[in-house]
Design a binder for this molecule. Sequence first.
Ligand code: SAH
Ligand code: SF4
Ligand code: F3S
Length: 441
Amino acid sequence: MKAFIKTYGCQMNERDSDALASDLVNAGYTIVSREEDADLLVFNTCSVRDAAERKAKGKIGFMRKLKNKNPELIIGVVGCMAQRMGNTLLEELPHLDFVLGTGQLHTLVDTVNKVKFDRTRLALTEPSPDVLTGLAGHYDRSWSGQIAITRGCNRFCSYCIVPYVRGRELSREKDDIIAEAKMLAANGTREILLLGQNVAAYGLNGDIRPPAPDHSPFADLLAELEEIPELLRIRFTSPYPSYFNRKLIDTIARSEKICHNIHLPLQSGSNRILQAMNRQYTNESYREKVAELKAAIKDLTLSTDVIVGFPGETDEDFALTRVLMNDVGFEQSYIFKYSPRPGAKSASMDDSVPESVKEERNQILLNDLAERVVVKLNNMVGKTVTVLAEGVSARNELRWTGRTDNNIVVHFEPDDSVQTGTLRKVEITRAGSVTLFGKLV
Ligand code: SAH
Ligand code: SF4
Ligand code: F3S
């Protein structure tokens, strides 16, 4: 039996797909990379923007051709769009066999068997607590591994569909996470990436009030993971800004393993827009948080998410975002054009910013970023950095790539002793537009 899995959307979805692949392999499937070769097609979907849904729907619609050729082919849609649309997807797409929502992913193998043997079609979208303990398998084993620590989100930012499609925020048991990390480490993983919609809310029982300065179960989890000797680096994404309290900042600052590269979603620099977005910070308090982080954590680099063209965003609002971004000096930023999501609160607001203006604002921020990055990369020339060696470069087989603690890709010529998943020092000799070049020292 052969299965093909395609993933849309965020790293959480990538992680879920990897766990699903592991479940399928345990049930006797081989994972294949071409739809044409498979007996089972699984599409793990995203709803965060309209474009993400359209892309998946186009692809899934196209699979009708394969089903016509091979009526035994089983096709399933899972994940966030499956959760949002449920039965409607089965009605819209007659060649689909099953739909599994985000709280039912752990039932994939059972569902496929039911569909096959009962010759029935199924849509399951009722959340189940078992999803929190399931989905722990890993198919793609390498020097880098991902671990989901929370599922769902309680924050209800007004533009966002995630709390509706991923459900209430739940934290996994710490022992389960540690066991998963130890298992990965014993199998060669040297870097772990902890995942959640709001990772720093880990262990706070869904409370949306930021914790007291000395209370951070997330920091406790990080400290415990740091004790695993084989692990060299620990990363996480994404934390909501207001959860960076004293304890968490100190834990990161003190650590040799927790990377000094933080993704701190901003969304907007205008207090009026932030309020309409239901984000619980202001331009000023965001700046204060950044100042606190920079003061405590040496060589800190920051990345962010920003939405342009939220309902009512004026030129002045946009200018506030732009100035704040340049002041903070983000090393990376992901800019999104606002997309109204049915069901999210902002869908009832007038999507007033024309597409051309959204596009223009998007380009301005991307240009600012590109200019900033060139300067920052050129400042690195002559310095020596530590990289985690990843393997032969995809672009040039004479070179290897590695990544700095700050997530910058460095290309270097290998020596005989270089090994994937080890730390090496590289002297930077030249800067590209987004990466660095150097030689081993
Ligand atoms: N939980 C994460 C974000 C997950 S969604 C966090 O809060 O950091 C990833 C990004 O998609 C968001 O940060 C936001 O910038 C963007 N996004 C979410 N909903 C959107 C929408 N309706 N239109 C455009 N961008 C959106
Ligand atoms: Fe969406 Fe806000 Fe939750 Fe992030 S914190 S997933 S943007 S609701
Ligand atoms: Fe998309 Fe779901 Fe992630 S909506 S961004 S795949 S949580």
